[in-house]
Design a protein around this ligand. Structure first.
Ligand SMILES: Cc1cc2nc3c(=O)[nH]c(=O)nc-3n(C[C@H](O)[C@H](O)[C@H](O)COP(=O)(O)OP(=O)(O)OC[C@H]3O[C@@H](n4cnc5c(N)ncnc54)[C@H](O)[C@@H]3O)c2cc1C
Length: 355
């Protein structure tokens, strides 16, 4: 029987950053991950945008989350000798006069993030009638690169099992958990959208949110900005661009949809003055929830069972900060931020017969 301090299920951004924090704190860790093609972290654009939504509202806790995330990704990059994060301003290319007015109206109150932009230089690349503004600082993270680097490190340390976790093979006791030939103090579920089917946490207020993006070749488009007009054009690997994303809360399958391709193709044909070619179409479920706040912490009835999930569409900004907080909490050093602590759902999680 192999003994580890923590067993983590899932190596998306949540499992990656929490396992790193736990290891840094001196724990032993084993991660199990089945490389699901619909893992959100594998298709995410990599953007940290401080001001989001139709109403240009400052993202929750962004003053703390953005600098913490930047430092975390810089540190991980330095560990592996690669660049994982860079400042990448977002150009908001307004689609209507109303959209421009809304941005301009918000500028005095959001001087840290909303700025004027010199438009002339962008006329070579885009058709636009209502002007351009800039959102900065915003970050672009090579999430898939980070996950690959971390997976290699876990493999080298014999700390990852690359297969599906099966709860039927798990015995949960108050002070330990046994999974096949592994004994651990605690099991922490970092399963992304699959967490909605986990019998320990299925009563949390999950929502389904399918997201699609296209990978597009756009020769000649500068790679030092993110371009946004409803959808975003984001620098991606191999000189390509990621273009997305959709939100579909009523999906019936996780297949790439022809309607998404058609609508993006139509928009790009009008918007871009450059030639483009679609080379791939990627899809995943976001681990979204009705509160738009993470699920972090130990189950109120099973103290050997935890969760690190619920990042919705903002895992890249939220996961670094709360992975750190969760690791400190597990070490008994701090309390969790109440609005992310999964024990805010104690009543509903206690209403179930766990057999
Ligand atoms: C199209 C799209 C674009 C996005 N763009 C952005 C963006 O620009 N910025 C941003 O901040 N966020 C973005 N997001 C959201 C972001 O992707 C998520 O918040 C984040 O990736 C969630 O990470 P996670 O680790 O919780 O889940 P996941 O990335 O889904 O990882 C879960 C992992 O658990 C594994 N797993 C699950 N169940 C099991 C099991 N039983 N056994 C073994 N392994 C298991 C899966 O294989 C997977 O590897 C986007 C999402 C989508 C869909």
């Amino acid at each position: 029987m192999r003994e580890v301090d923590y067993l983590l299920v899932g190596q998306g951004i949540c499992g990656t950053l929490l396992s790193r924090e736990l290891l840094q704190a001196g724990n032993s860790v084993m991660v199990i991950d089945d490389h699901s093609p619909s893992a959100a972290s594998m298709v995410a654009g990599g953007i940290i945008n401080p001001v989001t939504g139709m109403r240009m509202v400052r993202s929750w806790m962004i003053e703390e989350l953005l600098p913490f995330a930047k430092k975390t990704y810089e540190d991980i990059g330095a560990e592996f000798g690669v660049q994982l994060v860079r400042l990448c301003p977002i150009l908001d290319i307004h689609v209507t006069q109303d959209a421009r007015s809304l941005f301009v109206d918000r500028m005095p109150g959001e001087q840290d993030y909303l700025h004027e932009e010199e438009e002339g230089q962008w006329k070579e690349y885009f058709r636009f009638n209502y002007g351009i503004n800039r959102i900065a600082p915003s970050l672009l993270v090579d999430l898939q690169g980070m996950l690959q680097q971390w997976r290699s490190k876990l493999k080298a340390n014999d700390a990852i099992i690359e297969e599906a976790f099966d709860l039927a093979h798990c015995t949960i006791a108050p002070d330990h958990v046994v999974y096949e030939n592994i004994k651990t103090r605690k099991i922490i579920f970092c399963e992304g959208a699959a967490g909605g089917q986990n019998p320990y946490f299925d009563l949390l207020p999950w929502t389904a949110d399918k997201g699609e993006a296209l990978i597009v070749s756009i020769p000649g488009l500068p790679r030092d900005h993110i371009y946004k007009q409803g959808i975003s054009i984001v620098p991606w690997k191999d000189d390509l661009f990621w273009v997305g994303a959709s939100h579909d809360w009523k999906y019936t399958d996780l297949e790439p949809s022809a309607s998404f391709t058609k609508s993006v193709e139509t928009q790009l044909s009008y918007w871009l003055k450059l030639r483009f070619e679609i080379v791939d179409h990627i899809v995943a479920r976001r681990p979204a929830n009705m509160e738009r706040k993470p699920f972090v912490g130990l189950h109120p009835l099973f103290s050997s069972v935890g969760i690190f999930n619920g990042m919705g569409g903002k895992g890249i900004s939220m996961a670094p900060y709360f992975a750190h907080e969760f690791a400190l909490h597990l070490a008994g050093k701090i309390s969790l931020t109440p609005s992310v602590d999964v024990r805010r759902f104690t009543k509903i999680l206690s209403s179930k017969n766990y057999g």
